[in-house]
Design a protein around this ligand. Structure first.
Ligand SMILES: NC(=O)CC[C@H](N)C(=O)O
Length: 390
């Protein structure tokens, strides 16, 4: 075994953490954020919404079950770096095809282990998410801090352009990355889930979508046609979908005026469901705006209350921005859900139009399945629209 090399993480406030280098040998910068999920590091690493960010996992050991070919959320990871307390020296799972170390090497992502992630997370909670420099090459503290201070700021950054698909395509049920969601022919039942007999066509804007969302849509009776983030309203109309889906994605939601414009144009024409960045795009289409949260919500057990039903769901989340509640009122938006930790907006709907969205991740990969019925709600909304009831 080769001797582990030292590596460094520096924050823009001048803090420096030294650990052991693994993954790619390089120096990167990015916004340092933390995720409190106990499991699901593969889905987190491959979620394109982390583009431009250095992910700190607060779970003390990462990597013990390796990575499997079926659980990726995108074709390649888009995060900038990974920080962990301990990387498991062994991989123990029959589904595993590689280790975290091998995966990071393959995709050129640097990682630090043996970092006091508790101290780092406490710093980020008090000061807020900060820009950082992570290097697995020889670099002095002063050099690393200087690079962290020069890093591109999250606010104002359009990272969607870097992760969206280049051309429209049909999401294929039999695509290799789709193996872990068994295909249910129309009308058949698996466990408590019955695949609807009638399938609807949904046009999905890919802002950096997690594949689990497409898998869920397919399971819930949708045929998914995926469109690049800058697809014009006319292109969507040509496809004649039954509904629109707005995906999750990286970066600052305020920095995407071309998407705000398209969604505004399509607002009154189709039933719409948005998740995370998609929810934020609906916010802008309703004339509203977002603001940056201090340290964001990233984890697998965040409590959300539905203000209309009183029901509380435990949800998976990954976002750094949130909707300003008052800002959506004029455009007909109603806040439907709030986060019980900080009372920020977690869901909205339109007063009359068949449009709704959530800031959290109902596809839950990783995470609890409390919000799974939202996919059924979207299906029901489209059924009603087609029956002329709304
Ligand atoms: N997961 C997402 O879609 C994140 C949305 C947005 N980039 C945010 O951080 O708030």
């Amino acid at each position: 075994m080769s001797t582990p090399k030292p590596g460094v993480l520096a924050l823009e406030d001048g803090s420096v953490f030294r650990g052991l280098a693994c993954g790619a040998a390089r120096t990167i910068t990015g916004e340092c954020v933390f995720n409190t999920s106990m499991t699901g590091y593969q889905e987190i690493l491959t979620d394109p919404s982390y583009c431009g960010q250095v992910i700190t996992m607060t779970a003390p050991q990462i990597g013990n079950y390796g990575l499997s070919d079926e659980d990726n959320e995108a074709a390649a990871p888009r995060c900038s770096g990974l920080v962990v307390r301990e990387l498991s020296p062994v991989v123990s799972n029959w589904r595993a095809s590689c280790s975290v170390q091998d995966f990071l090497n393959k995709y050129g992502i640097p990682c630090l282990s043996e970092i006091d992630t508790r101290a780092l997370t406490k710093k980020l909670r008090v000061a807020g998410a900060m820009n950082s420099c992570l290097s697995t090459l020889p670099l002095s503290d002063a050099e690393a801090v200087a690079l962290a201070r020069q890093a591109r700021t999250m606010q104002g950054s359009d990272y969607v352009r870097e992760v969206t698909c280049r051309a429209p395509y049909q999401w294929r049920e039999d695509a290799p990355e789709n193996h872990n969601a068994p295909y249910l022919p129309a009308g058949t039942t698996l466990g408590t889930h019955t695949a609807p007999a009638t399938r609807y066509r949904v046009a999905a804007f890919d802002f950096g979508a997690k594949h689990s969302i497409y898998r869920k849509l397919v399971r819930h009776g949708f045929d998914v046609q995926v469109f690049p983030a800058d697809a014009a309203a006319g292109l969507i109309r040509e496809h004649a979908p039954d509904g629109l889906f707005l995906s999750n994605g990286p970066g600052d939601p305020a920095a995407l005026p071309y998407i705000h414009k398209t969604v505004t144009e399509l607002l009154a024409e189709y039933p719409i469901f948005g998740i995370c960045l998609g929810h934020q795009m609906l916010t802008y289409a309703l004339g509203g705006h977002t603001f940056k949260l201090k340290f964001g919500h990233r984890g697998g057990n965040l409590p959300v209350k539905n203000l209309e039903t009183g029901k509380v769901s435990i949800t998976a989340q990954n976002h750094g921005f949130a909707t300003e509640p008052k800002s959506i009122e004029k455009g007909g938006g109603i806040v439907t859900e709030i986060n019980l930790n900080d009372q920020t907006v977690e869901g909205l709907r339109h007063r009359e139009l068949p449009i709704f969205s959530v800031q959290y991740h109902p596809e839950a990969a990783p995470g609890p399945n409390d919000a799974d019925p939202l996919f059924v709600d979207f299906y029901t909304l489209i059924s009603k629209r087609k029956a002329g009831k709304i």
